[in-house]
Design a protein around this ligand. Structure first.
Ligand SMILES: [Zn+2]
Length: 232
């Protein structure tokens, strides 16, 4: 039997397998399973980002605290202001210094309220993330089971089709079959297509010389879409 006939028969049976694969892929069980799986895969990264943010906020809080202490110390130095003025200190200089302290305190107040809001937001985000992680862990456990059930419910059908494919495949040259399977994995389907008016189904034109190579049921690969082309 010409290769093209064997390949077409193989493809017809393979289409049944593909249909089952597509039904499984489109199932709610798989979608929920994949969603939870993807979440779990990126959860570590998200937690790390939150950790980093918490460290940044902590460093900011420490810096502000340090500055407060510095300012407190400076203010306590002014407890002896009378004495300092009496012993000839420049009052204009002290005034200026106090003025800058007041200004610094004012900006620090703004920084502190921003920091407080940032910490509250980070806490909220952490709580959200924790809740989501717990729910996704539950979903992962539940749906990895359900997805398994969906697959095993079709296992018999898949096995029967695979057996038929093996039988048909035994008549196809192994290197052609291997190439067919590569294309199939690359989601090219149909893998085998007829030449129509000198064209592949992707629209690629075949030269007359190339078309000659198709006689006797031979197949050639389309240069553009890499399908196997045959002549009807
Ligand atoms: Zn093509």
């Amino acid at each position: 039997m010409p290769i093209s006939k064997e390949l077409l028969e193989y493809q017809t049976v393979d289409a049944e397998l593909r249909k089952i694969e597509q039904e499984i892929a489109a199932s709610e069980e798989r979608k929920k399973f994949i969603q939870a799986k993807k979440f779990m895969e990126t959860a570590g990264e998200k937690l790390e980002a939150q950790d980093k943010r918490a460290r940044e906020l902590k460093a900011l809080a420490e810096k502000l605290t340090e500055e407060f202490e510095e300012i407190n110390k400076t203010i306590s130095d002014y407890a002896d202001l009378d004495e300092m003025v009496e012993s000839g200190g420049d009052i204009a200089f002290y005034k200026k210094s106090v003025q800058s302290l007041v200004e610094r305190l004012r900006t620090m107040r703004g920084e502190l309220s921003k920091l407080t809001a940032d910490i509250e937001n980070a806490c909220e985000e952490y709580k959200r993330m924790k809740k989501q992680t717990i729910s996704m862990q539950k979903q992962y456990k539940e749906y990895s089971e359900k997805f398994k059930e969906v697959k095993s419910a079709r296992a018999e059908e898949v096995k029967a089709i695979s057996d038929r494919l093996e039988k048909i495949g035994a008549n196809i040259p192994p290197e052609i079959l291997a190439r067919y399977n590569v294309k199939r994995r690359e989601r090219i389907f149909p893998v085998v297509a007829p030449l129509t008016n000198g064209r592949c189904i992707c629209g690629m034109d075949f030269a007359i010389a190339q078309q000659g190579a198709l006689s006797g049921g031979n197949v050639i690969e389309c240069e553009h879409c890499h399908r196997f082309i045959y002549k009807e």
